[in-house]
Design a protein around this ligand. Structure first.
Ligand SMILES: C[S@@+](CC[C@H](N)C(=O)[O-])C[C@H]1O[C@@H](n2cnc3c(N)ncnc32)[C@H](O)[C@@H]1O
Length: 229
């Protein structure tokens, strides 16, 4: 297990829990966003902004965001030409936060927001031109329990959610559809590659940027595309 990832995830979780100055709203990508307690904050790291800027939103197509958090990427997709956006999250607080930002930005006609563990709530016929997850890439021990909504934003015990994502997402793609993962240098890249291999996928680094979200930490934020072998 990548201990660095678990330590870094724990530090970011603590920051979310202990920051008394955490705002109820923030600006990002030229827009204002509501931020609820217990939801991953796009203000502590640049990852949400980077990935939301890099993604190839399918023009007039369908976009699925797994783990939408405050809803920045899903709303940006809808405002960037997607015809139909599905945003889902395992955290009820994140679902409510995404719904609020969808309404705030006037895209409720083309964004549906669902409470779901990965793809579980989707109908058998649901297919998407692009599927994306800015994942909880800090690997936690298999016996670790994500005891609050917020824990899910950071930790994937035993990388079980990553295993399910790469195994189940391909069947959810429309013909010619593309599968993406937002990842980071603290994630367990060798394990991710092994899980992709088991699922018949290869991993392409589409884009990466090195940033220092705080003075002690330098991280590579990455957009990965997963291809059929
Ligand atoms: C790193 S946060 C990203 C949030 C948001 N997309 C962003 O970029 O600001 C990961 C998100 O994935 C969600 N998540 C974790 N496990 C999940 C699962 N099994 N099914 C659905 N969502 C999940 C978390 O609740 C969290 O909102």
């Amino acid at each position: 297990m990548e201990d660095t990832g678990f330590r870094r995830g724990s530090a970011l979780l603590r920051r979310h829990q202990e920051d008394r100055t955490r705002p109820a709203a923030f600006s990002l990508l030229g827009r204002e966003w509501e931020l609820l307690d217990d939801v991953f904050s796009p203000t502590y790291t640049p990852i949400t902004e980077l990935l939301s800027s890099w993604l190839p939103y399918p023009q007039d197509g369908s976009f699925l965001e797994v783990g939408s958090g405050a809803g920045v990427t899903a709303v940006t997709a809808a405002l960037s030409g997607c015809r139909a956006v599905t945003a889902l999250d395992i955290s009820p607080a994140a679902v409510e936060n995404t719904r609020r930002n969808v309404v705030r930005h006037g895209v409720a006609d083309r964004v549906r927001v669902l409470h779901s563990d990965l793809f579980s709530v989707l109908g058998p016929e649901d297919r998407f031109d692009v599927i994306f997850w800015n994942s909880n890439f800090a690997e936690a021990p298999a016996e670790f329990v994500n005891e609050t909504d917020l824990h899910h934003a950071f930790f994937d015990p035993g990388y079980e959610a990553h295993r399910r994502y790469v195994a189940e997402a391909p069947a959810r793609l429309a013909p010619g559809g593309r599968l993406f993962l937002g990842f980071c240098s603290i994630g367990n890249a060798p394990l991710l590659r092994a899980l992709c291999e088991q699922a018949g996928l290869t991993v392409e680094l589409v884009r990466s940027e090195r940033r220092s979200p705080d003075p002690d930490t330098t991280l590579d934020f990455q957009l990965l595309e997963l291809h059929h072998r």
